[in-house]
Design a binder for this molecule. Structure first.
Ligand SMILES: C[S@@+](CC[C@H](N)C(=O)[O-])C[C@H]1O[C@@H](n2cnc3c(N)ncnc32)[C@H](O)[C@@H]1O
Length: 268
């Protein structure tokens, strides 16, 4: 088990190393685009023009820029200096510097934002929470930052992904096929721990100040991005899969077998 400081250092180093290739590997991949569209379809219902939104673990700033384009003011934070650099670059190139501020800050230190006024919403998209062990502390800090009625969207890797298990079993890699099943794992390819909290564990962590209003699977039929070679052969097919995700994303059982889960909370 890594200490918090070790974990943070390793996470930052790993995402620093990935920052330059992140958009190519995930953001612009067919799966990445289709999965992100699913998240946007949900959050567009409650993140509104004029809202002040926190983007937690902003990566290369795709969500922050999208939110700013529709009129929100965004404070984007990330633990990786290179990811912060990428977000700033994207914001500048889109002429959205008035709409997005980006800062180097780990989720474990959200308390440092307490003098920045209250926020109308927050989003943590695509696996940020899988890098953080103490979700109770994150929940407490967010409770102090979000106004009553604010929405919080948490999209993170689920514990079981049907595509992943099938894909790696077919490729003779049983270790990878079931890597998410434990609550935490220390993958051979990574120097940091990856956490796979259950929905119940997240709801418990946030229960004092937030209530869960919905949860759905993201990337149930649309596969993870490492299945990308198939996507290039069957682009139209992947679009159809995304439509199934849209229809069935909230269904019991199915929602628990996707690549990601999207939980939406409201601040009490
Ligand atoms: C898979 S990327 C997702 C990025 C972005 N949210 C997106 O939608 O593309 C995960 C991001 O979380 C950041 N991250 C991981 N642990 C973090 C922490 N403890 N505090 C802040 N950011 C963190 C990483 O640096 C990385 O940029």
């Amino acid at each position: 088990m890594a200490g918090v400081a070790d974990q943070q250092r390793e996470v930052a180093a790993a995402f620093d190393a990935q920052a330059d290739g992140y958009d190519e590997k995930w953001t612009r991949s067919v799966s990445g685009r289709l999965q992100r569209e699913q998240v946007w379809r949900e959050v567009d219902r409650f993140f509104l023009p004029g809202h002040k939104i926190l983007d937690l673990g902003c990566g290369t700033g795709v969500d922050a820029v999208r939110l700013a384009r529709v009129g929100a003011r965004v404070l984007a934070i990330d633990i990786s200096p290179q990811m912060v650099r990428m977000t700033r670059r994207r914001v500048e190139s889109e002429n959205l510097s008035e709409g997005v501020t980006c800062e180097l800050l780990p989720l474990e230190e959200l308390g440092d934002l307490k003098n920045r006024g209250s926020f109308d919403g927050a989003i943590s998209d695509f696996g940020v929470l899988n890098c953080v062990e103490n979700l109770r502390q994150v929940a407490r800090d967010l409770a102090a930052l979000l106004r009553p009625g604010a929405h919080l969207a948490l999209c993170y890797m689920g514990r079981f992904c049907l595509w992943e298990t099938a894909w790696f079993l077919l490729h003779g890699k049983p270790g990878k096929a079931f890597r998410r099943l434990g609550a935490r794992s220390f993958p051979a390819s990574r120097a940091f721990e990856v956490f796979y909290p259950s929905v119940r564990a997240i709801v418990e962590a946030f229960s004092g100040n937030f209530r869960l209003v919905s949860w759905r699977g993201v990337g149930i039929f649309v596969p993870p991005s490492y299945v990308e070679p198939l996507a290039h052969s069957f682009q139209g097919g992947f679009r159809r899969l995304a439509r199934f995700d849209h229809i069935a994303g909230g269904w019991a059982i199915l929602r628990a077998v996707g690549d990601h889960r999207l939980l939406v909370f409201v601040r009490n």
